[in-house]
Design a protein around this ligand. Structure first.
Ligand code: PFF
Length: 444
């Protein structure tokens, strides 16, 4: 085991950093529009089931493998099985991380743009805003550079410090917005759509969307949590930590929906409009409510920061790999991988109306380069990665060995929880994910 690997300052610091990775655009941008596209409440219910039955067990598994091996995803797999093809799973994680970072930073750039748009009462609509290539590239580069600077700072001073104060603030502002949204006329129609399930709307695609969203939102399936786990000390209880992270993440997503859907129905907009959803709905709330300019600015600032505490984990996976395995310096690894994300992100940035070709290309039922990247890496690769990881940890490394590691930091005998985890990771996770993946191939 590697000595002197940097570690989180405290258990609380680790939980905040992991929560910071989980909570991001996935909760506030992706969750509401995916719910809107998949018919509302029934999707929300399936989503919650996916988090409990699959998300939490995989999260525990990733943290455990990371803490045991103290490596990046590729190194962690090599530490368990030095030979064979399993390490491809680690590379898949590094690639998915950079690919997601590329378009994630484009969307995060929109939130930065919206800080200024709100401040200056600029009324161009979302479509026009994102079709402007100068806006797109400028804010994209700003956000990606911020990510790079934080990652250059390293684990404790960079990542941990940022997460501490800002996440609680986001919670408070969302809470205030819910109260306001609920007072809007027609709010009850939004609540009905969001919370009253209509099971006829569920099909294989809905389940894939829910599972993919759970992986995306909890930062699973690409080794981000293996990497974060590698900086945890052995007196941290992994089961309770994972549960706290998953609970907070789900709470923020549900809260975001409680703001968006009442406001959406109040404004008479369409729930299934895709990635533009929150950028169309939120400004209408801010333009009507008293003090909306300040609240709106503050909201977009916090959202950009939430995105930053996630994007750093997307980049950190590749950086940890290049530093551990390729012996890059931290600085060179960070700059090199940021440049790759920059090049890869440009087509996403131009796919929002500026380039007809990139905006209208159609693959896997998704339209536009950014949406296709999000489906391929944000849904498919993470879900597939989660499938392989559950087999790797449950069977190849073995749930028994993993439990020996989990036992550190647990001072009571939670036999029931431990055997529950071992059952879920060995049987339920691989089987359910496999069935869902089979279904995608029908869609292909
Ligand atoms: N969980 C982040 C969000 O919800 O915005 C996105 C993300 C971060 C996905 C890190 C995957 C990951 F490894």
């Amino acid at each position: 085991m590697i000595q002197n690997r940097s570690q989180w300052g405290t258990r609380f610091g680790f939980i905040l950093a992991a929560t910071g990775s989980a909570i991001g655009l996935g909760n506030i941008w992706r969750f509401p529009y995916t719910t809107g596209e998949n018919g509302g409440a029934a999707f929300v219910l399936i989503y919650i089931l996916c988090v409990i039955l699959i998300g939490i067990p995989v999260l525990i598994a990733e943290l455990t493998l990371g803490r045991y091996t103290q490596r990046n995803p590729v190194g962690a797999i090599k530490a368990i099985t030095p030979r064979g093809l399993w390490k491809i799973l680690g590379y898949l994680g590094v690639i998915a991380g950079i690919a997601i970072l590329s378009y994630y930073s484009v969307v995060a750039g929109w939130t930065i743009g919206y800080i200024f748009k709100t401040a200056f009462h600029e009324t161009t609509n979302f479509g026009a805003f994102v079709a402007n290539p100068i806006n797109e590239i400028f804010y994209f580069i700003i956000f990606l550079s911020l990510t790079m600077f934080v990652v250059l700072g390293g684990v404790k001073s960079g990542i941990e410090r940022w997460s501490k104060i800002l996440m609680p603030l986001l919670f408070i502002i969302l809470f205030g917005l819910i109260i306001y949204a609920l007072t809007l006329p027609k709010a009850s129609e939004g609540i009905k759509f969001y919370l009253q399930p209509d099971f006829s709307k569920i099909n294989g695609r809905t389940i894939l969307a829910a599972l993919g969203q759970a992986f995306f939102s909890l930062s699973l399936g690409m080794g981000a949590m293996i990497t974060y786990g590698s900086y945890i000390s052995r007196n941290t209880n992994l089961i309770s930590s994972a549960t706290i992270v998953a609970f907070s993440d789900t709470l923020i997503a549900i809260m975001a929906g409680l703001v968006i859907f009442p406001a959406l129905f109040a404004a008479g907009m369409e729930p299934a409009q895709g990635p533009s959803l929150v950028f169309n709905v939120l400004p209408t709330i801010f333009s009507q409510m008293p003090g909306g300019t300040i609240v709106g600015m503050f909201f977009f600032i916090l959202l950009a920061i939430a995105a930053l505490t996630s994007s750093i984990s997307l980049l950190e996976v590749g950086v940890a790999w290049a530093v551990d395995e390729l012996k890059f310096s931290r600085k060179n690894a960070t700059i090199f991988l940021t440049l790759i994300a920059l090049i890869l992100g440009i087509p996403s940035a131009l796919s929002q109306g500026y380039s007809k070709f990139l905006s209208e290309m159609n693959l896997f039922n998704k339209t536009g380069f950014l949406d296709i990247m999000d489906f391929l890496f944000g849904s498919f690769a993470l879900t597939f990665g989660g499938f392989l990881l559950s087999i790797f940890i449950g069977w190849k490394w073995g749930a028994k060995n993993a439990l020996d590691e989990i036992n550190y930091g647990i001072y009571k005998n939670y036999e029931f929880l431990k055997s529950g985890w071992s059952f879920l990771i060995r049987f339920i996770c691989p089987i359910v994910i496999f069935l869902v993946l089979l279904n995608i191939f029908k869609i292909f």
